[in-house]
Design a protein around this ligand. Structure first.
Ligand code: KL2
Length: 472
């Protein structure tokens, strides 16, 4: 406890989170975003708003703990016991009271026997999706029925027997919610739709190609959900969270946060940047196309039909003698894929490798060398601790710690006056706070993970957002 107070007293304040309110001083602290340091505008006073909290948490399935015991040899046996971990987990959820809870590694029998009964008692409505294949864990997305009404649910299976590349059994859940403010049983106000996507991508550090294809399926499905809202004249905000088994600033992360990735020639193991470089011997390099057209997903991570409709309406709208987007993309060499993080060991010819630009003019028309998406996403966490600049970690076991879990959200855009609604239309979510993560050193000072405070080999991620409401 004292360590935590000192920790925050010793470090200079960051640009991003200068105003701190200590809600709880048990290792992790609640950090309030300083509005004056961000570009987000305050809500115009004519608009009512609603705050809500999102937690993303890989809770370490007991089956996986048993299967990988060598990762937990630093732990006293009692902290590995599922019933002990389960009670700590439920206490943690009760303490932070997230309005939306996205869990990964939820073992099916534990979900039905313990988690679902407890969570529904706490007021959550839950959606569960077990992985395909033989492993018994999966994802669960839960939301407080008092704050959200459910519009639609889609569960995703990334295993596609007809596509050779997609032979791994990972899943995702997409829930479309309508934020509501109730007065008794009467709806007092409601907000624009909120799409909540939760996933646990493939672990295998060698198979970045599979991870990218799994992510593309997720992004395409999210795109369809958002498009269905747009078709009704509504803007849809997005929360994309989970365990991506990829570290910050590496290609998969770059794709999510910058909206594009030049992948040609990248070694598959480099996509996620997971630290285990013993896999670098796996020589597979990415090339066009990343996945077959039979998957029905374009290089813009959209369903093929959605893309065709959009191109049609774009060409009808512009009609000017401009160069096509595909043509422009062939002319550029996107640098985002070429960045080697400072903490990645330099191995000449391996970690300093850049994509192969020599084959840029290959005649494949349907799939370019850059994959992209149009969801405007930002990460809640900045991946370094304020002041010290030490990396934050979201997971740690005997082989080390890293960030692989994220909460991404629709970036806040300026308010514009919407005359038809007689109100300011505000796109995106405003981040108002998050629960601090910890460094690897601090976690080892607590004897690593799991321990008698944190019940998983991952920490929970927790963020609070504000959204604009329209009075009913
Ligand atoms: O990295 V994870 O833990 O997000 O916390 O996701 C996977 C790994 C999870 C689901 O497959 O199981 C863990 N070495 C380390 N961890 C492993 C291994 C392994 N060989 N296999 C599975 N996991």
């Amino acid at each position: 406890m004292i360590g935590s107070i000192l920790y925050y007293a010793l470090y200079p304040l960051s640009r991003y989170m200068t105003s701190r309110r200590l809600h709880a001083v048990t290792w992790r602290v609640w950090e309030k975003v300083d509005e004056s340091a961000t570009a987000a505008e305050p809500l115009p006073f004519t608009n009512a708003s609603m705050d809500f909290t999102v937690m993303s948490y890989n809770i370490l399935a007991d089956d996986l703990l048993q299967a990988n015991q060598e990762l937990y040899t630093h732990c006293p046996l009692e902290v590995l016991d599922w019933s002990y971990r389960c009670s700590l987990l439920l206490e943690e959820i009760q303490k932070w009271e997230p309005d939306i809870l996205c869990l990964q590694e939820v073992q099916e029998n534990h979900y039905h026997q313990q988690l679902y009964p407890a969570l529904s008692q706490m007021g959550y409505t839950c959606v569960y999706k077990r992985r395909t294949g033989t492993k018994r864990d999966g994802c669960a997305t839960c939301y407080r029925s008092s704050c959200f009404s459910e519009v639609s649910v889609a569960t995703l299976e990334f295993f596609r027997p007809e596509t050779e590349l997609l032979d791994r059994h990972n899943v995702g859940i997409i829930v479309l919610l309508r934020p509501v403010v109730m007065n008794g049983s009467v709806v007092k106000a409601k907000g624009p739709p909120l799409c909540v996507a939760n996933t646990h991508l493939l672990f295998n550090p060698r198979r970045g190609d599979v991870k990218l294809a799994q992510l593309a399926i997720m992004l395409a499905e999210i795109g369809s959900v958002i498009k269905s809202c747009n078709a009704k004249g509504e803007h849809c905000n997005l929360i994309l969270c989970g365990d991506f088994n990829s570290i910050p600033s590496m290609p998969l992360y770059q794709l999510i946060t910058t909206g594009e990735l030049y992948f040609q020639g990248l070694p598959a193991w480099m996509i996620s940047g997971q630290e285990d470089l013993s896999h670098r011997a796996y020589g597979h390099r990415l090339c066009v196309p990343l996945w077959p057209s039979s998957l029905g997903i374009t290089d813009r991570c959209q369903h093929t039909t959605a893309y065709k409709e959009e191109s049609k309406s774009r060409s009808q709208k512009s009609g000017k003698g401009q160069y096509s987007h595909d043509f422009m993309r062939q002319l550029r060499f996107c640098p985002t894929a070429c960045i080697r993080p400072l903490d990645l060991q330099l191995i000449p010819g391996v970690t300093d490798i850049t994509p192969d630009a020599s084959s840029v003019n290959q005649p494949d028309k349907s799939f370019s060398h850059t994959i992209s998406h149009r969801l405007d996403l930002e990460s809640v966490y900045q991946h370094v601790l304020p002041g010290s600049g030490n990396p934050e970690v979201t997971t740690l076991h005997s082989e080390g710690g890293s960030t692989v879990d994220y909460i991404f959200y629709s970036r806040r855009r300026s308010a514009t006056w919407d005359p038809s609604a007689g109100a300011f239309a505000i796109r995106g979510l405003k981040l108002i706070g998050s629960l601090s993560l910890l460094s690897e050193d601090v976690l080892w000072s607590m004897k690593g993970l799991p321990n008698d405070i944190f019940p998983s080999d991952h920490l929970s991620l927790l963020a609070r957002f504000q959204l604009d409401l329209n009075a009913v």
